[in-house]
Design a protein around this ligand. Sequence first.
Ligand code: HEC
Ligand code: HEC
Length: 364
Amino acid sequence: MLAWSLIHRVNRTITFVILLTVQQAVIPGAVVADEPIVGDQLIKLARESFSSLTPLAAKGQLSVKSAQVELGRQLFFDPRLSADGVWSCMLCHQPSLYGTDAQRLSRGVFDKFLTRNAPTVLNSSLQFKSHWDGKFEGVEDQAAHALLGPGFGNRDIAEGMARIQAIPGYADAFAKAFPADSAPITAANVGSAIGAYERTLLTPARFDEFLDGRADALSASEQQGLHIFIKIECVNCHGEAALGGQRYEKFGKVSYYWKETHSKVIDKGRYELTRKDEDLYLFKIASLRNVAMTPPYFHDGSVTSLPDAVRIMARVQLGEELSDDQNSAICAFLKSLTGTLPANFVEAPKLPPGAFLPVDESQK
Ligand code: HEC
Ligand code: HEC
């Protein structure tokens, strides 16, 4: 009996020891799962949520020399399309500022302020709609209407088109770009040409090299930031090729955004356009391409530094409080999204000569 009970006890001890060993084997396993994912493993994980700009940019380059793209580029840089002859698309979307104007709110024709911050035109053709509230269907639609907006101040389409017609060289350029049209100087064609140009303004970055399979394209801290960005679910909104721009989301899902941004005016987002309750505080998810180069941040430019914008996002969208280390890792990752500026954006085009139409005093 004694022998039996001894064996039994030894048995139990062995079982206990085995159990302990198994548990110990499981615990280090759990630690491993929480360790940062890096290198090829991280590339694989990132490919589930993002796509590389490399193939899209290569495709865009094929049309750079086309008559439509070149015309769009000229129109983009031409101040003579605005009611005061000063403003152009380029002035609010400057190449040297990565397609923005660095202002909180843009200033338009006759120095009047617009209600929102100018997002970059770089990569904006990848987004599902244009403008913070998705007012326009895409870059063509946006450009076709821009000459009438507060940036350009033309009273109607006819006035906008008259400004183009007043510059003789454009007749030829429009005829070459739209050979099937007998009267090609139209708002729709202005939209198509500028849109075609904007579709070439893609900026592949080191992050794309990483997605393409070059693990050493990102430093250790950039990889750490990317992993955090995925893990805490920034990626749920900022994914795909543009890291955003694919749908609307409420700005302030967890808490009111203006308590953090200290916005002077509470912008109701898409609601201002539709007046539907379900659109209250809905904004298009911002694209994060080149974000380190395009302060100030948010629809009203209320936040000037990237770490502040990141901290606010984590708080109001996810209810997360980031440590300083996490925040700087995310910012390091976001900087890897700064791409190369396209040559046909950096270099100003030669515009057809022509004097600006006199300003109509009644518009002042
Ligand atoms: C006075 C400054 C100004 C001028 C001039 C201007 N823009 Fe903008 N642009 C803005 C602002 C501000 C917004 C954001 C408007 C909003 O969302 O309410 C914007 C938005 C856009 C967007 C949408 C970007 C996105 O991420 O949603 C595109 C594309 C764009 N502009 C292209 C152009 C083109 C093309 C022209 C010339 C035809 C032009 N802009 C002229 C200030 C300007
Ligand atoms: C639920 C969706 C959602 C989540 C999650 C989210 N964002 Fe955003 N993000 C948005 C929206 C919408 C905007 C535009 C807000 C505005 O200005 O109206 C935005 C804007 C931004 C901007 C400013 C971009 C600019 O050009 O002004 C940054 C930076 C940013 N997000 C980073 C992050 C980071 C980092 C995380 C994770 C900590 C994150 N976001 C999580 C939806 C989201």
